[in-house]
Design a protein around this ligand. Sequence first.
Ligand code: NAD
Ligand code: IPM
Ligand code: MN
Length: 354
Amino acid sequence: MKIAVMPGDGIGPEVTREAVQVLEALSLPGLTLFDADVGGMAYKRHGHPLPQETLTMARESDAVLFGAVGDPDCDGLARHLRPEQAILGLRKELELFANLRPAKVFPGLEHLSPLSPEKAAQIDMMFVRELNGDVYFGDKGTRIGADGSQEGWDMMSYSEKEVTRIAHVAFRTARAGDDKNRVTSVDKANVLETSQVWRDTVIKAAAPHPDIALDHMYVDNAAMQIITNPGAFGVILTGNLFGDILSDLASAAVGSIGLLASASMGERQSAHGTFGLYEPIHGSAPDIAGQGKANPMATILSAAMMLRHSFGLEAEAARIEAAVAGALADGIHGGDLGGTHGTQAIGEAVRERL
Ligand code: NAD
Ligand code: IPM
Ligand code: MN
């Protein structure tokens, strides 16, 4: 079981260190970890945010554990050299087109949510976010108009092929998951052609999945209903941009962005499951980096997803999740949850409860 560990920038190394120690505490036989450079730190060392050696290491691994990338010092660089290109490049190069982002309130932890306890208890949704297309990867540019002012553009598109494969992931996820058997496809088909193709294709892709209830919702309405009616959602199938935004929104409903994990997968198989890249949904948090304040739980839960999806270690994944839930229940809260526990204290508290 080869894991490429890519801590990255800002709080990335701080939270990744704790997740690695959780994995080490499980003493899994045959587990080997290799570090690789990504993001702004890789740019500073190698002149590129996603060095060739890093990509090669990812390809030769069974899974990638990723921290976060992003560095305000790099915001002035040409776009292809910015830290964020590391994660975009890994997702694209490794064909990790399906991003699973569970947003769930653990039983007994409703008080962490800003929603009423009744509403919070209903939050148990899984985002299935397309990750290789949309406005992220279309033609883009900036030009200077005749009047000397700037104009920027980013082309949004989805092909049937791209939508079909992510839709099947969503239907399969709904079937494998909880008892809801429900997929809500989120788009903006009232305005965008991209979304009309998306919606038509999702409807076609649903044909072999008659056991799954499918409905469609516009993204603005979805943003509202995730807060007002969270129990209506099981699997939320959506595109790259809408999924990015809605999953941060859902994290706030759960309690903090420091709690939400993710798995990015494609079709490639690993030693004992599917090859995947695992990362918290948050970024490098430059505002708190280097202060030992970041909540590592999202990254620790991402490591649990890795054990489940890439290594078939369901029991070990559940042990990690129970330890995180136990620590939260015992009041081990980072600053993001209004508590005083630091990154290392949270990591230790989780390890004690494994
Ligand atoms: P962010 O997610 O880094 O931070 C948003 C807010 O949440 C900040 O106030 C931060 O302090 C807080 N926060 C985030 N994670 C936390 C944690 N684990 N514990 C406690 N608080 C936490 O988003 P941003 O500030 O918009 O972006 C910062 C940089 O990160 C940018 O360069 C952005 O491009 C990058 N980014 C990278 C990824 C990634 O690597 N996958 C994801 C999102 C943003
Ligand atoms: C995320 C991030 C990335 C995205 C950025 C850093 C490219 O926001 O993983 O959620 O937009 O996908
Ligand atoms: Mn994001």
